[in-house]
Design a protein around this ligand. Structure first.
Ligand code: GLN
Length: 196
């Protein structure tokens, strides 16, 4: 069974752990760099990307995680986690440390005030034919996509909201807030296929 960490600095840590367990992984809360040893993958929950970035630096996790990502460590970033994995943050604050690794540009809070939070059914063919109920909370969107990135889901207006590049997976929505484990199972399968 793959051992998958959940970065436990901010966000829905317990919910992600429960989803990972249901999807066939052994979850672990991660707060320190030494806890990364022995992990097969990591989930970065939503929250506030500026705050998580600063906490990553304070907890001395930025460089160890960047090094692992360079080394093809599987990471699933949701919402703020997606912002942290993007190579470019369009409206980054002056002091917003990120991890990078994925050839995407993202725009924070891309849906404006009226649609700060919304829910919609999304087609995500990679996880199955049934539409996936997706919860967006002050969500980012993907504004540019590199050659190696596969878009997994788009909104009706054409904006990409889930994507994969090799061992990196991102979604602008919060899969841990529904009962549907398919995004987590997709990530667990990505991790497993790397192990074998
Ligand atoms: N708006 C947040 C940010 O910019 C992300 C929101 C979320 O993770 N739910 O970091």
């Amino acid at each position: 069974m793959p051992r998958i960490g959940v970065l436990a600095l901010q966000g829905d840590v317990a919910e992600h752990e429960a989803m990972l367990a249901r999807a066939g992984a052994e979850p672990a809360s991660i707060k320190r760099a030494d806890q990364l040893d022995g992990l097969d993958g990591l989930v970065i929950p939503g929250g506030e990307s500026t705050a998580i970035g600063k906490l990553l630096r304070r907890f001395e996790l930025l460089e160890p995680l960047r090094a692992r990502i360079r080394d093809h460590f599987p990471v699933y970033g949701t919402c703020a986690g997606m912002i942290l994995l993007a190579n470019e943050v369009e409206d980054a604050g002056v002091d917003q440390p990120t991890l990078g690794g994925m050839q995407i540009a993202v725009q924070r809070n891309a849906f404006g005030r009226q649609r700060e939070s919304f829910e919609t059914d999304l087609d995500v063919p990679a996880v199955g034919d049934e539409p996936l109920h997706a919860v967006f909370i002050r969500a980012p969107s993907i504004t540019r996509i590199g050659d190696d990135v596969e878009v997994l889901a788009t909104l009706p207006d054409g904006r990409a909201v889930a994507a994969r590049q090799g061992p990196l997976l991102v979604s602008a929505f919060h899969p841990e807030l529904t009962d549907d484990i398919r995004m987590h199972r997709y990530f667990v399968d990505m991790v497993k296929s790397r192990e074998s």
